[in-house]
Design a protein. Structure first.
Lengths: 311, 257
């Protein structure tokens, strides 16, 4: 079976000479839930724009389920549903009309488009708003409307460019659940996001892009295994001294009931708890100081600079 | 996507365009009807009665075909320029660009949308004209073909304007400073026979003169221009306008990044 997406040596040079993509190559297998991460201006949206024909590439090959986007563009486009970063629907149209019209662009007869629109608007809790003018929706509803619109032709590949930006936590989690179901039903999903917790929870494979270059492309598990240290925040039952020292562990006292400890890859949490117990400290709760992927992301992005400093 | 799919996409665009101008009918259908009705009253009835005959007809009869054509031209143009620029401005053009609908289908959809509004306003104005004068059609084929070709030409012109426009000012400059003078000097209100030779020659460079006179021939059977010249001019504008619009849409350098 063809890969859901295959990109070979993709380059994009804008008319002002800025090189947004410097020959990236990627392969996303069918059925995957794939994260494309990178700092602002790294080239994520340009990559998505090229896949969706919104950005003209300078060179390279892109194929979607085996269809080259240049020679078989209608077949390739039929496979793709896209949820862009910015709201790009007609602000004066009704919610239902927006979704049904999009179905029409993909050749769905009106009856089928109406059925599909109802299905996805109900799944995304927007059915009651179907006759509302889209500009009157809340930010979260607008995001969900764009997802419903992208799904109306039931694409095999769904691309979401920061779909949960500006969405509250509760809604974000319900959108995660929805996307997991869509993926479980066989739709390949590519996601860009700034919420690394989102990528870690949802995605099985990941690429990190920086300055138009792919600097990591691996499975989420393999990437997280590279994490050399984690920082934990521990709440203590009793008061701790300001000058607390835990042998073998870098420890900082945050306040009289809270400490922060670094645990590297060679150490275990058992060793940490033993050291703390020896000092009569009882832990009531613990958590990661930062999301693990966030730590990895920062270390991967900083790696070239640190290597340069070392040299 | 097969031909059937493209046909559905085409119908979708046309339906969306018609829905758009019908939704805002107070802005799109009523004002041109009022404006043209005022022309009928002022130029046709009040002033026209003192002008006497023109081209062998009383002035009201003479001016009606021109005013109907003026409404068709302005509204075909206005529909496409405002709709396509709005689509560009709100970026919902991306909905079409990411879909498998071809550029030819997108362009045809906008043209038919522009024609629909032009013909709708043309029909309203024709009905209004019947309150002021008797209308008989001299040649149905010429009348209908002139209406269709003219509305295609000005739908295409509106499309080209919208592609190049970068602000709302840009979509009003051409209608105000180019289209309106061309219409007024295009034989809507007078016969070019009234002009001195030099200005009559200059008028021949105005494509609207051919459209108005072609349509007037269809209604009244009189024209300042030969019918073949008028058709030739229209067909050239349709073909060149369509190819250029398609080129702009296919390259889409102003629509894509």
């Amino acid at each position: 079976m063809s890969a859901a997406l295959e990109i070979n040596d993709l380059r994009k040079v804008y008319s002002n000479g800025f090189e947004a993509l410097k020959g990236i190559s990627l392969k996303v297998e069918a059925g995957d839930f794939y994260a494309l991460l990178g700092p602002n201006g790294a080239g994520k949206s340009t990559t998505i724009g090229v896949i969706c024909s919104l950005v003209a590439k300078s060179s390279g090959k892109v194929s979607v389920f085996g269809y080259d986007i240049d020679s078989h563009f209608t077949e390739a486009k039929q496979c793709i549903g896209v949820v862009p970063q910015e709201f790009n629907f007609n602000q004066f149209e009704k919610v239902l009309d927006i979704v049904v019209t999009q179905g029409g662009y993909y050749g769905l007869p009106r009856r089928v488009a109406l059925e599909r629109a109802e299905k996805y608007l109900r799944l995304l809790d927007l059915w009651d708003m179907r006759d509302s003018i889209s500009r009157n929706l809340s930010g979260g509803m607008k995001r969900r409307l764009m997802i419903a619109r992208a799904l109306v032709h039931e694409p095999k590949l769904l691309i979401l460019d920061e779909p949960t930006a500006g969405v509250d936590i509760e809604l974000r989690r319900s959108m995660w659940e929805f996307l997991e179901k869509v993926n479980a039903n066989g739709t390949t999903i590519i996601l860009t996001t700034h919420y690394l917790e989102e990528a870690e929870s949802l995605c099985r494979n990941i690429a990190i892009i920086d300055s138009g270059v792919i600097i990591e492309n691996t499975s989420m598990k393999a990437l997280l295994r590279k994490l050399t240290r984690e920082v934990f925040v521990l709440d203590t039952k009793a008061t701790v001294k300001d000058d607390l020292q835990v042998p073998g562990f870098v420890t900082r006292v945050i306040d009289d009931h809270c400490i922060e400890t670094e645990v590297d890859q060679k150490q275990t949490l058992n060793e940490l708890f033993e050291c703390l117990a020896e000092q009569g400290i009882t832990i009531t709760s613990m958590r990661n100081k930062a999301n693990r992927l966030e730590e990895m992301f920062v270390s991967v992005l900083n790696a070239p600079a640190e290597a340069g400093d070392a040299a | 996507m097969n031909i059937n799919g493209q046909w559905i996409a085409f119908k979708t665009i046309v339906y969306r365009e018609i829905r758009r101008f019908m939704r805002i009918w107070v802005q799109t259908l009523v004002p041109p009807a009022i404006t043209i009705a005022l022309y009928f009253v002022i130029f046709g009835n009040l002033i026209g009665s003192r002008i006497g005959e023109m081209g062998g007809f009383d002035y009201m009869q003479f001016v009606v075909p021109g005013l109907i054509m003026m409404a068709i031209i302005q509204n075909s143009y206005a529909n496409v320029v405002s709709s396509f620029f709005g689509t560009k401005f709100q970026r919902n053009i991306e909905e079409m660009l990411v879909s498998p609908v071809t550029e030819v289908v997108i362009l045809l959809g906008y043209i038919v949308g522009g024609m629909a509004r032009g013909l709708a306003v043309g029909a309203i104005v024709t009905v209004l004209a019947l309150f002021f004068t008797d209308l008989t059609v001299h040649n149905w084929f010429v009348t209908i073909s002139m209406v269709f070709l003219t509305s295609i030409v000005f739908s295409l012109a509106g499309f080209i304007n919208a592609v190049y426009a970068e602000s709302f000012d840009d979509i009003s400059i051409i209608p105000t400073f180019v289209l309106t003078p061309m219409i007024y000097l295009g034989g809507v209100f007078y016969s070019v026979d009234l002009l001195p030779d030099f200005w009559a020659g200059v008028s021949m460079l105005n494509p609207i003169l051919y459209m108005v006179n072609g349509f007037r021939y269809g209604i009244l059977g009189v024209s300042d221009i030969g019918l073949i010249q008028a058709y030739a001019m229209l067909v050239i504008f349709v073909v060149v306008g369509f190819m250029f619009s398609l080129y702009l849409l296919t390259r889409a350098e102003r629509l894509r990044t």
